[in-house]
Design a protein around this ligand. Structure first.
Ligand code: PA5
Length: 467
């Protein structure tokens, strides 16, 4: 197992790497009481069953149920269509991209061996019609994922798909095409699933959307495309054994959280850049952006004070963004921490041939692999940033596999939960997101919410400046 352990290199966050622009061991020591309290709080919440995401790696029963339904889906369908948004979609997208071929859905069936997986996570009207140009609903299983069971975007798409399915396969066959993933007891979708007897999975009550990728939310669609969910959960379980260590010098999740916290408090570094050097991990940065932003951006502290805290996530991709964002990171304001993700061994690679021998400007590349070049570029960017006294750290994945992705997901979730404790905020609610949902319901004329229009000052009189 140790061989495939992911590691975090935080040398370039520290004074040893950055001089006075870095964090000292003394800075960390000064925080020891706060760290102790944060660890106690986190442990207490875990014991009280409030941190459901920490139990997910151990849920063997659900894993087996998922595999059964996924095997049936694999046999019978050409496509899996996921309808969901935010935490009900981003983790699946990230893991599909990480663990399957970038052009998975385009692979011929003999190579793919499973259905294609499409995730619709927006109400874009062109997507809403475009998807039906590439899938035949008669050969499609639809997985409707919404924990609340009522989110407008997901329901909107569901209504369209529902109607089309009835027209194409008939009402009595609707059930064969739908799997519902929602709260165990609450919400309209749960009511419909129970009344009409749809196959359904539950999102545990104590698991919030953005922490739910290792629940049926992510596991079911991923199992349908032969992602090894046992290994994914094993990776998370393994990371749990590491990040349960109260010694922050041995706990990468706690240490990263502490460093981000000090970087904010001491240097005002409120921007967190997540920059994987791997196209397969591009959407993992997107998943992280939601986790970080929605968990940490909060108005109130746990004791009710207005604090307006938060760290702004930015997604970048190496080496592509070396030719765009990196200029800002090297020379712009000192307000960022760059988190690189580096992959030691790629699953596939290409060697650059020994051609253009006369042209030194080309031939120096000969004999290197594309993977080597990518990793050298990551190192080069790291060196340049460090030289410019820019805080950065590197998460090193020995390879991209279910086991390492399980570790990465779990480590970043614990980091987020822990830094929430350091800021003394509730990392598990999202009143800002709910406010948007409520305003949408009000504008769309949903019964209970119509009155809310007044609260949001929505109306002609509020539009004063428009060009
Ligand atoms: O993290 C969260 O709680 C949110 O991003 C939700 O996942 C998102 O709003 C979708 O909610 P639901 O699953 O209830 O449709």
């Amino acid at each position: 197992m140790k061989k495939n352990k992911i590691k975090v290199n935080f040398n370039n966050m520290m004074m040893s790497g950055l001089g006075s622009y870095g964090i000292s061991e003394k800075d960390i020591k000064k925080l020891s009481t706060k760290i102790k309290i944060a660890i106690n709080n986190l442990n207490q919440k875990r014991e009280d069953g409030k941190l459901g995401f920490m139990y997910l790696p151990y849920d063997t029963k659900i894993k087996e149920d998922i595999k059964k339904v996924a095997n049936m889906a694999k046999e019978r369908f050409e496509n899996i269509l996921v309808l969901g948004i935010g935490g009900s979609a981003l983790g699946t997208i990230a893991l599909q991209r990480a663990l399957k071929h970038q052009f998975y859905n385009l692979l011929p069936k003999e190579k793919r061996k499973t259905p294609k997986l499409f995730v619709i996570d927006n109400v874009d009207p062109e997507v809403a019609s475009g998807i039906f140009d590439v899938i035949d609903l008669k050969k499609t299983m639809v997985n409707i994922i919404t924990k609340s069971g009522e989110t407008a975007e997901t329901v909107a798409f569901m209504k369209i798909v529902w109607d089309k399915l009835i027209k194409q396969v008939g009402k009595n066959k609707l059930k064969d095409h739908i799997v519902v993933t929602t709260d165990k007891n609450k919400g309209t979708l749960r009511k419909i699933a129970n009344e009409d007897g749809f196959v359904s999975f539950s999102v545990p009550e104590n698991v919030g959307g953005r922490f739910s990728v290792l629940s049926p939310v992510g596991l079911f669609p991923l199992a349908c495309i032969d992602v090894n969910i046992d290994e994914l959960l094993k990776g998370a379980e393994y990371m749990d054994s590491i990040v349960s260590n109260p010694d922050i010098w041995k706990n990468p999740a706690f240490m990263m959280a502490v460093l981000h916290y000090i970087a904010d408090k001491k240097f005002g570094a409120k921007i967190t850049v997540m920059m994987p050097y791997s196209n397969a991990l591009k959407d993992a940065a997107d998943w992280f952006a939601q986790l970080w932003a929605e968990s940490l951006g909060k108005k109130h502290s746990n004791d009710g004070k207005i604090v307006n805290v938060g760290l702004t996530p930015v997604k970048a991709l190496g080496a592509t963004d070396q030719h765009s964002q990196v200029q800002l990171y090297n020379e712009g304001p000192y307000d960022k921490v760059i988190n690189f993700i580096r992959v030691e061994k790629f699953r596939k690679d290409e060697v650059m041939p020994h051609n253009f021998k006369e042209e030194e400007t080309f031939s120096y590349l000969s004999g290197y692999t594309i993977g080597e070049l990518l990793n050298i570029e990551q190192k080069a960017t790291e060196i340049a940033l460090t030289k410019n006294k820019r805080m950065n750290m590197t998460i090193v994945l020995p390879e991209i596999s279910e086991f390492t992705m399980g570790q990465l997901i779990y480590m970043l979730e614990v980091e987020t939960a822990f830094i929430g404790e350091l800021y003394n905020i509730n990392a598990f609610d999202q009143p800002g997101v709910e406010a948007g949902k409520i305003a949408t319901y009000a504008l769309m004329g949903r019964k209970k919410y119509k009155e809310k229009i007044k609260d949001f000052k929505i109306g002609k009189e509020s539009i004063r400046y428009i060009i």
